[in-house]
Write a protein that binds this ligand. Structure first.
Ligand code: AMP
Ligand code: FES
Ligand code: ZN
Ligand code: ZN
Length: 308
């Protein structure tokens, strides 16, 4: 297959990727160009951030977040990486993830902020999960990561935090929220969550790009990333939704993108009305971060661990 753009210019260049839902075959150069243009378009469309703002890019060491940092830096945004080191020893997971993020930060010559859970809190994420009411490590980890992204952004003066969530993640989350009719979550699921009540603005510039596209971008730019997922992750329910959507996508190319885009355009405004102003936030008595309770769940978990 030949690159469509090159062909239109009278050149014969072999395509490296075929984007079935866009009916587009592209060579390396034109795929990279297309990918970055899509990213920029999403940033502009949802007014995620400008070139005058510092952006904190949360990087796990995986393909999505490192590709995001790479693309934003190439698009001349002022980026800083943030890696939360969780202290997971199995497979040397946390050590390797940190190494990969550090190497990447050196490569693109941008600073990396590292938050080490064990050093700062005295516990690894697994120790924290053991001492918390919820025993599932990954869900405790998710709430700690969200909390830390906000807290570090606030402390270091960032108004925006960007994550590497892609279209596969967002459409699977949407399907899962829809099947359960999680009205509250549906009202809040968005490519951009505004800055409010002490929370930083959260943005997902890759929300319209598929996992296949982000992996291809990483490989074509020779980005070294973690190939293994978190060792604590069990067969997550999200993977069932991802598989169901992959089947639908195979039968009807463009399903994932349509499902998510049409939700944002037609359905989200309805759910948004339902949840607007329903949560009242106040400052956590211990750490000062926004919470619905007198003491936030992270501080409560840490207090409980100290009492053990
Ligand atoms: P996940 O929930 O693991 O799919 O991660 C979703 C997004 O959260 C990633 O694309 C990153 O932007 C961010 N993220 C995940 N883990 C970390 C971490 N350990 N440190 C910083 N950011 C992370
Ligand atoms: Fe953090 Fe699994 S323990 S993602
Ligand atoms: Zn081309
Ligand atoms: Zn707190």
């Amino acid at each position: 297959m030949l690159c469509k753009i090159c062909k239109s210019k009278g050149k014969r260049e072999k395509a490296v990727i075929y984007l079935r839902h866009h009916r587009l075959a592209l060579c390396r150069e034109h795929f990279i160009e297309w990918f970055e243009r899509q990213t920029e378009k999403t940033i502009k469309e949802f007014k995620m951030f400008s070139r005058k703002e510092k952006v904190l890019v949360a990087v796990s060491g995986g393909k999505d977040s490192l590709s995001l940092w790479f693309a934003l830096n190439k698009l001349r945004y002022e980026t800083y990486g943030l890696h939360i080191s969780l202290g997971i020893e199995k497979w040397d997971y946390s050590k390797k993830s940190l190494e990969i993020c550090r190497k990447f930060s050196d490569r693109i010559e941008r600073p990396l902020i590292v938050f080490n859970l064990k050093e700062e809190f005295g516990y690894t994420i697994e120790e924290i999960a053991k001492g918390s009411k919820r025993k599932d490590v990954c869900s405790v980890c998710g709430s700690f990561k969200r909390y830390l992204m906000n807290k570090i952004a606030k402390e270091k003066g960032f108004k925006v935090v960007a994550t590497g969530h892609n279209l596969d993640d967002e459409s699977a989350l949407l399907l899962s929220n829809t099947i359960r009719w999680e009205v509250g979550y549906l009202g809040r699921q968005s490519p951009v969550l505004p800055e409010e009540g002490g929370f930083a603005r959260k943005v997902k510039p890759f929300c319209f790009l598929t996992e296949k596209e982000t992996v291809s971008y990483a490989i074509l730019n020779e980005i070294e990333y973690m190939k293994t997922g978190c060792p604590n992750a069990k067969e997550a329910t999200s993977s069932h939704f991802k598989r169901a959507l992959a089947y639908l996508e195979h039968q009807m190319p463009g399903t994932k993108l349509r499902f998510y885009k049409e939700f944002l355009r037609k359905a989200k405004p309805i759910f948004e009305k339902e949840v607007r102003g329903k949560v009242e936030l106040n400052e956590c008595q211990v750490c000062g971060m926004p919470t619905t309770a007198p003491v936030c769940s992270v501080c409560r978990t840490l207090q409980r661990l100290k009492e053990c």
